[in-house]
Design a protein around this ligand. Structure first.
Ligand code: GDP
Ligand code: MG
Length: 424
């Protein structure tokens, strides 16, 4: 596959972690290029069951080098907790297997505070943030008010830089939100407890990627969330604060000149959405509860019940276009096995007019779904390994989606475990 980006086509939670884990068999390096510890990528394989947040999903495959690129929100405290959890399950993580870009900005404790304080202020108009500090972090990054991981190697300059940032942050904490200010002792403690411990992992990952590429090594780029949460192309303002699209992978990974040969878009066989914002094909009541239970749709990071709905072809078509996906992995097909008839959202009606185009964000709250029902297959497909062994109705469902979204479906996932996959 040469270089490949694995990206979400919809709202996230499509099964990116599951696909990255499967594909790492063929890759030397996995890079997370955006987002932060608010991700929840669930991976189940011979090593156990893992919910990865910031760590690339390649950490579970021996021999793979994992990189946290300059585009991520690097929270030293939560990263160390996550490393400890993964290590406790018998997986070794060392500076040979995990490398942190010296150009990654550090997520500070005040970013998490500000996230929480702002959601409290917004009350019922809140965004449904995971309160990991992601939005305040990226705002600061764009204001050039963050420190880079590489600055940890320049302690004198770092101290002064942090002192200046703290002074400014304290004004906002105390005067805007009436919260407690930070002290230099608190920041020193944070440096000592967490930053010192991540230092061995920090290096110039950009040069490493360039060199690896020259040697013919293959790189997999792992995204968080999906097209509809992309800062520029998603459902504004219910997006995340970074670009979830494959086009950002070269920038956020530390290899701006890299050519991405394949973009594998992940689509779930039905739709889910965590957090607030328009979700046109949303289902409610018993129908929704049954689907949520069948798919275990609860957030890996927060435990929040996910909103569920019919597969939204309008949003998916748009997501495929945003990602410039060259192929698709359709996941969780097995979850639909309990349905006699499967609902699919084929079009929207916006202000009385039918459309198959994904509308401008502000128009989405006026959109109604047009639902069609297709035949279900009503039997367990989770043990099937070959396309030809799938019941005809399941094949027809996949082929119908493929035709509607205009992109080849090359993988069909029928279970959460590594080998529960059908290659077409
Ligand atoms: P990500 O954030 O895109 O990596 O996706 P999540 O891990 O948040 O959500 C996908 C969930 O579905 C996880 O709990 C996976 O273990 C599970 N999963 C992935 N693929 C399949 C599948 O084909 N069938 C079933 N039943 N579960 C799956
Ligand atoms: Mg997830």
């Amino acid at each position: 596959m040469a270089n490949c980006a694995v990206v979400g086509i919809n709202w996230g939670d499509e099964g990116k972690g599951r696909m990255v884990d499967l594909l790492t068999d063929h890759f030397d390096i996995v890079v997370r290029y955006q987002g932060g510890g608010n991700a929840g990528h669930t991976v189940i394989n011979d090593k156990g069951k893992f919910a990865l947040h910031l760590l690339p999903s390649g950490v579970l495959r021996d021999g793979v080098v994992n990189i946290l690129g300059n585009g991520v929100a690097l929270d030293p405290e939560n990263l160390l907790k996550e490393i400890d959890q993964v290590r406790a399950n018998g997986v070794d993580i060392t500076p040979d297997t995990l490398k942190i870009s010296d150009r990654a900005s550090l997520l500070m404790p005040w970013h998490r505070d500000l996230d929480e304080l702002e959601e409290q202020r917004l009350k019922d108009k809140k965004f449904g943030s995971t309160k990991q500090g992601i939005a305040p972090f990226y705002s600061d990054k764009y204001q050039k008010k963050t420190v880079l991981a590489g600055e940890l190697f320049y302690p004198e300059e770092l101290k002064e830089h942090l002192r200046d940032l703290m002074e400014w942050k304290n004004l906002i904490l105390t005067k805007v939100y009436g919260a407690k200010p930070y002290t230099e002792e608190m920041i020193d403690q944070w440096l000592h407890d967490y930053c010192e411990k991540i230092k061995p992992f920090v290096c110039d990952t950009g040069s490493l990627l360039q060199q690896a590429s020259k040697e013919g090594k293959e790189i997999l780029f792992e995204a968080q969330l999906g097209s509809l949460r992309d800062l520029d192309y998603g459902i504004h303002p219910y997006t995340t604060s970074s670009n979830t699209s494959a086009a950002y992978a070269p920038i956020g990974s530390g290899f701006p000149g890299v050519k991405i040969d394949e973009v594998l878009g992940i689509v779930k066989a039905y739709s889910t959405c965590v957090g607030e914002g328009p979700f046109v094909s949303e289902m409610f009541g018993k129908e929704a509860d049954d689907l949520r239970e069948a798919g275990h749709e609860y957030g890996a990071k927060t435990g929040r019940p996910r909103r569920v709905g019919a597969l939204d072809l309008v949003a998916t078509r748009y997501g495929v276009q945003v990602q410039a996906a060259t192929q698709i992995a359709l996941t969780k097909l097995d979850v639909l096995s309990f349905m006699d008839k499967i609902p699919v959202c084929t079009k929207y009606i916006v202000d009385g007019k039918e459309t198959d185009q994904f509308p401008f964000p502000a128009a989405l709250s006026h959109a109604e779904p047009v639902i069609t029902y297709v035949d279900g297959w009503n039997c367990d497909i989770s043990k099937i390994k070959k396309w030809g062994d799938l019941p005809k109705a399941a094949q027809d469902y996949v082929l119908y989606i493929e035709k509607e979204i205009g992109c080849p479906i090359t993988y069909v996932s029928v279970g959460a475990e590594r080998d529960e996959i059908i290659l077409r």
